[in-house]
Design a binder for this molecule. Structure first.
Ligand code: ATP
Length: 317
């Protein structure tokens, strides 16, 4: 195929995630903890557009001037950026010798426990493969995603899925209907490694050594039943996050936020992933809108989203 037939650009959208359930087991020798989690992809998206270029470069924007300025301080533009690493991985694996300019438009908060960087990486994998017409199979994309980070395979697939191992061994979970969530985001993120270390400290102080908990564990059956039934009331009773305690110890205001959301009528509220985003489950779109307005009136940054949504997909080329 001649160069002229290559697309001028490829725009891929990938979702942020929340952890409906997150159980953390013992720490393996490689430093990773055993996880049993249920991810749900939600309608807060990262948009990555890939343009042909001779070398590799990246620009990052938010949804407005203030968030763009914040991202300029918090998102690396070099090889530490997961989207950049994804692009270079596609090139090295396929032998593609050109480059790409990636324009990343972020809606997912940085270091928010919602896998924004992982969504960028998944989107960049799909965008570069389409731009360069390198023809990677779904299995090859999955394999590259797993190499980039534990949450990247899920961002590729989306939907609702059970994650075991480091969270990267995925099995789809049946989830009926739509779940309405209100997310309260924070401008200042939390470090994922610091929150895991906080969990180990907390367990040690309470008599359990970091590697005492089992090295493999399961998602409780009621969580899977509630998802399968599409029943937010049942799900609210069994949502759980083992990282909630260290996140609340690190950022006590999260406790106030959870109480405010419950007062406003949310069924349940948990810290998402390693925080500091708090996810409130609501029983219908209308109640979620009410909870969102109430939290906004209290000065919180609250957004109404729904799940489950698909993973990284091409929007335009
Ligand atoms: P984790 O996946 O570790 O739980 P998170 O979802 O809480 O992380 P991210 O926004 O994905 O948070 O990023 C965590 C850190 O990774 C940031 O502080 C940033 O320095 C770095 N990073 C690398 N690439 C990106 C990216 N494309 N977008 C945002 N942060 C990135």
């Amino acid at each position: 195929m001649s160069l002229a037939a290559f697309p001028d650009s490829v725009h891929v959208r990938a979702p942020g995630k929340i952890n409906v359930y997150l159980g953390v087991g013992g720490r393996h020798d490689d430093g990773y903890h055993a996880l049993a989690t249920v991810f749900q992809a939600v309608s807060l998206y990262e948009d990555v557009t890939a343009y042909p270029a001779d070398d590799f470069s990246l620009s990052v924007f938010g949804t407005d001037a203030a968030s763009t300025a914040l991202f300029a301080d918090t998102v690396p533009l070099d090889d530490r950026n997961l989207a950049m690493r994804a692009a270079k991985l596609v090139a090295s694996e396929t032998g593609y010798s050109g480059g790409v300019h990636l324009e990343v438009r972020k809606s997912v908060p940085v270091a928010g426990g919602m896998g924004g960087g992982s969504a960028d990486a998944a989107a960049a994998l799909v965008a570069c493969d389409a731009l360069w017409e390198t023809g990677l199979s779904p299995q090859q994309l999955d394999e590259l995603a797993g190499r980039l980070g534990a949450d990247v395979p899920f961002a590729l697939h989306g939907g609702t899925a059970i994650g075991t191992g480091r969270g990267d061994r995925l099995n789809p979970a049946l989830a009926r209907g739509r779940f309405d969530w209100v997310l309260v985001t924070s401008d200042e993120g939390l470090s994922t490694p610091a929150i895991y270390a906080g969990l180990d400290d907390h367990r040690a102080r309470n008599g359990a050594l970091a590697d005492d908990p089992p090295l493999s564990l399961d998602v409780p059956i009621p969580v899977l039943q509630a998802l399968r039934a599409g029943d937010p009331h049942a799900l609210a009773l069994c949502m759980h996050n083992d990282l909630g305690t260290p996140a609340l110890l690190e950022r006590p205001v999260l406790d106030d936020i959870i109480n405010e959301g419950l007062e406003a009528g949310a069924l349940s509220g948990i810290v998402s992933g390693s925080g500091p985003t708090v996810a409130f489950l609501c029983d219908a779109p209308e109640s979620a809108q009410y909870v969102q307005s109430d939290l906004t009136a209290r000065g919180r940054t609250a957004v109404h989203v729904h799940g489950a949504v698909p993973g990284a997909r091409i929007i335009a080329r």
